[in-house]
Design a protein around this ligand. Structure first.
Ligand SMILES: NC(=O)c1ccc[n+]([C@@H]2O[C@H](COP(=O)([O-])OP(=O)(O)OC[C@H]3O[C@@H](n4cnc5c(N)ncnc54)[C@H](O)[C@@H]3O)[C@@H](O)[C@H]2O)c1
Length: 322
C-alpha cells in the first residue's frame, strides 16, 4: 500500500508508520511538528513539514502522488487545553480536518482512516461501551472529534471511511524506536514513568471517591503497537471492500488508577510517592470499550494485552529518553 499519513511525528502516528513500513508498505507523512517530534519519524518514511490546512502544498502532494489510502492522526489532543481555548480546537481539529479531507476527496483519495476518541461517549459511565452507545461529548476536544466523525459520515456516498475510537493508548514500541514524548503530560502512565526516572516528584491521584472497587477511576489501556496494527488491518480491509464503519479500539477490560500504580511499583520493586487530589472536573468513573466488533470482523487478537508489558515498554522508553 502507498499510504498518506498525517501526524506521523506524533505518538500514535509514528507507531503506525513503523508498523506499515515493517510490513513493506510506503508511507508519506504530513506533519508540521506543532506537537510532534522529528526524531519519531521513521527513516524510511517521506516527510513534508506542512500544515494539513495548507491548501497549496497539500494539493501539490496529492497531485504528484498516487496514494491508496489516507490515515489522519494530526490534531491537538489535550482535553484541559481545549476547555481553556475551545476555539483553538474548533479551528485546529475540526476546520482544518475539513479542509484537508475536502482536498483529499477532490483529488480522488477517498479511502480514509480517522483517529477518533472514546471521548465522544462523554459521561457515558460504562464498562461495556459499544459503538452504538449514546454520543454526548462534554469538552471541546471530544466535540471536535464528534464533528469530524459527522463530517465523514455526511460524505458516505463519496468515500469509504473507517473511524477508530481509541480508548487509553499507552506503552511504546518494543524495539524502542518510538514512544510518547510530551511536555507536562497528564497521561497517567507517562506521569508514572516520569516519577520512576525522577523527572517528577510524585503522582497525584485525581479522586479516590468514585464508585469503583478501590475508589479510583477505571480505564481501558491499550498498547500503542496494537493500535498501530489495527490501522494496518483496517487499511487492508478498506482497500478490498467498499464499506464504511466505526470501531472501538480497546481491550475490553479496565484497570483502576491504583491498580496501575501498584503494577508499576511491582515492576520497579519500589514504592512511588503518591498523593490523593480532588477529582478532575467532568472526569468519569469507568470507561471501558466493548471491542467485540473489531475482534469479530478482523479476527483480531491483540499482541500486547498485558498491563505489565504496557508499563515496562513505556518505562524503557522513558529511561532511554531521559
Ligand atoms: N493518545 C491518545 O491516548 C489518544 C486517544 C484518543 C484519540 N487520539 C487521537 O489520535 C491522534 C494522534 O494522537 P497522538 O497521541 O499521537 O498525538 P500527538 O500530539 O503525539 O501527535 C499529533 C501529531 O499531529 C501533528 N499536527 C497537529 N496539528 C497539525 C496540523 N494542523 N498540520 C500538520 N500536523 C499537525 C503534531 O505535530 C503531532 O506530530 C490525535 O488525533 C488524537 O486526538 C489519541
Amino acid at each position: 500500500m502507498n499510504i498518506l499519513l498525517t501526524g506521523g511525528a506524533g505518538y500514535i502516528g509514528s507507531h503506525t508508520a513503523l508498523s506499515l513500513i515493517d510490513k513493506g508498505h510506503s508511507v508519506t507523512i504530513i506533519d508540521n511538528l506543532i506537537t510532534g517530534n522529528k526524531t519519531l519519524i521513521p527513516t524510511k518514511a517521506k516527510h513534508f513539514n506542512f500544515d494539513i490546512a495548507d491548501e497549496n502544498s497539500i494539493q501539490k502532494i496529492l497531485k504528484e502522488n498516487k496514494f491508496d489510502l489516507v490515515m489522519h492522526f494530526a490534531g491537538l489532543t489535550r482535553v484541559d487545553e481545549s476547555v481553556k481555548y475551545p476555539k483553538k480546537y474548533e479551528l485546529h481539529n475540526f476546520e482544518k480536518s475539513k479542509i484537508f479531507f475536502s482536498l483529499c476527496i477532490k483529488n480522488n483519495l477517498k479511502k480514509i482512516i480517522f483517529s477518533s476518541s472514546a471521548g465522544v461517549y462523554g459521561n457515558n459511565n460504562s464498562n461495556n461501551l459499544i459503538e452504538e452507545s449514546e454520543l454526548k461529548p462534554i469538552n471541546p476536544y471530544a466535540e471536535s472529534k464528534y464533528k469530524i466523525e459527522n463530517f465523514l459520515i455526511s460524505k458516505k456516498d463519496k468515500i469509504d471511511y473507517t473511524i477508530l475510537r481509541y480508548f487509553n493508548v499507552a506503552g511504546a514500541d518494543k524495539g524502542k524506536r518510538s514512544g510518547l514524548i510530551a511536555k507536562s503530560s497528564s497521561n497517567l502512565i507517562k506521569v508514572l514513568c516520569e516519577v520512576a526516572v525522577n523527572k517528577r516528584k510524585k503522582i497525584i491521584i485525581n479522586g479516590d471517591d468514585y464508585e469503583t472497587k478501590d475508589g479510583t477511576a477505571i480505564r481501558d489501556f491499550i498498547h500503542v503497537s496494537d493500535i498501530a496494527d489495527m490501522h494496518v488491518l483496517a487499511a487492508n480491509n478498506l482497500l478490498k471492500n467498499r464499506s464504511s464503519n466505526i470501531y472501538n479500539c480497546g481491550y475490553g477490560s479496565g484497570y483502576s488508577v491504583k491498580e496501575v500504580i501498584t503494577e508499576m511499583e511491582n515492576i520497579l520493586k519500589n514504592k512511588l510517592k503518591v498523593e490523593i487530589g480532588p477529582r478532575r472536573p467532568k472526569d468519569i468513573a469507568v470507561s471501558v470499550a466493548n471491542s467485540d466488533k473489531f475482534k469479530k470482523e478482523f479476527n483480531w487478537k491483540p499482541s500486547f494485552n498485558n498491563l505489565s508489558i504496557i508499563l515496562s515498554s513505556a518505562l524503557s522508553w522513558e529511561k532511554n529518553n531521559s
